[in-house]
Design a protein around this ligand. Structure first.
Ligand SMILES: [Zn+2]
Length: 82
């Protein structure tokens, strides 16, 4: 299932924006703006997800629960293994 609830909200948001812009600019431009915003947010969310996965992938410290940075805990640096 690649179709998330958030994506439906995003499509609806872009659609409403498009409709909202219709009285002010040409329909073609409102469609272009809505599509651009939709894909812009999608790319942004995807990049952020990848960043989160990357940081989560390093794991957390078993002692204090802090995020592991470069396979070392920022709080108990050097005391790993317990
Ligand atoms: Zn720690």
């Amino acid at each position: 299932m690649g179709f998330e609830k958030r994506e439906i909200l995003l499509i609806l948001g872009a659609l409403f924006l498009m409709i909202g812009l219709l009285p002010f600019i040409a329909p073609v431009y409102s469609v272009i703006i809505a599509v651009a915003i939709y894909f812009g947010i999608r790319i942004f969310v995807k990049k952020r997800k990848q960043q989160i996965q990357k940081s989560v992938g390093e794991g957390v410290c078993a002692v204090c629960g802090a995020r592991i940075v470069q396979s070392k805990c920022p709080n108990c640096d050097g005391t790993e293994g317990t």
